[in-house]
Design a protein around this ligand. Structure first.
Ligand code: KIV
Length: 294
């Protein structure tokens, strides 16, 4: 039996205060880039929190990179809450944002407020995120008026994949760019504390970031946003199906996992694992007594 310490070094705990929506706003004002990553489980949340990430999004990308669905549409509130709780147990200082799944806020305003509230009340999240522009402004207003911080999400909004005709860059024409800017201004006015801009031309994202006072967090939207987010499974090279052009892989965990599993299989088959140091023993006299009675 062995124990593993899961506490951060005392210096790191002392040095880092809880990140809030205000912290993000202040970072924008100071021109300091905001860092955000997605997480769906305890160990990942623990390590990125200890690494010092500003915000952790429990994204509904969960559906694709963890649960293996073709897109994010089948993800349910129960799945999101289950994974949000695990993340909240691991991350103590990062701002925690729960992603509202498809149909948890689109059909009915009361449902939207209640579902948003569940992320805070039942899953340890600090804020929620939802997708869409002008058509979601009322939902944003209702949720914010219940005291729940809302992050908006414009550009490539994966829950509208069927309407967008696939996972495609948005805002590439002048009218589309104008609509995106208008939506960003509307969401700011409706009370969002921050906006994700996904797969948007870099110069448009930079322009929007300058026009609004709330921080923008880009994914495939260039360096001119106030912060950046990546889907962690993409960054770690853990999602084997496809890698969007805007992803930088910082590791090859899929390859590394395959290597480790292959090595384990080979060692078990060759009876090299477990070795003596991986086994436990009993005292000789107990063993001999056991053999006498057996
Ligand atoms: O679900 C998610 O992970 C997201 C990010 C891509 C921003 O919405």
């Amino acid at each position: 039996m062995f124990t593993v310490s899961v506490t951060a070094p005392a210096s790191a705990v002392l040095a880092r205060k809880k990140v809030t929506t205000l912290t993000l706003r202040q970072k924008k004002e100071r021109g300091e880039p905001i860092t955000m990553l997605t997480a769906y489980d305890y160990p990942t949340a623990l390590s990125m929190d200890q690494a010092g990430v500003d915000a952790i999004l429990v994204g509904d990308s969960l559906g694709m990179v963890v649960l293996g669905y073709a897109n994010t549409l089948p993800v349910t509130m129960e799945e999101m809450l289950h994974h949000s709780r695990a993340v909240a147990r691991g991350a103590k200082n990062s701002l925690l944002i729960g992603d509202m799944p498809f149909m948890s806020y689109q059909a009915d305003m009361n449902d939207a407020v209640r579902n948003a509230g569940r992320f805070l009340q039942q899953a340890g999240m600090d804020a929620v995120k939802l997708e869409g522009g002008r058509e979601r402004a009322d939902a944003v207003r209702a949720i914010v008026s219940a005291g729940i911080p809302v992050m908006g999400h414009l550009g490539l909004t994966p829950q509208s994949v069927n309407q967008l005709g696939g996972f495609r860059t948005q805002g590439k024409t002048a009218p589309a760019a104008k609509k995106l800017l208008e939506d960003a201004l509307l969401l700011e006015e409706a009370g969002c504390f921050s906006l994700v801009l996904e797969s948007v031309p870099a110069r448009l994202a930079e322009h929007i970031s300058r026009k609004i006072s709330i921080p923008t967090i880009g994914i495939g939207a260039g360096v001119g946003c106030d912060g950046q987010v990546l889907v962690t499974h993409d960054l770690l090279g853990l999602f084997d199906r496809f890698t969007p052009k805007f992803v930088k892989k910082y590791a090859d965990f899929h390859g590394e996992m395959k290597r480790a599993f292959g090595e384990y299989l080979a060692e078990v088959q060759a009876r090299q694992f477990p070795a003596a140091e991986h086994s436990v023993e009993m005292a000789n006299e107990e063993w001999e007594s056991f053999l006498r009675d057996a």
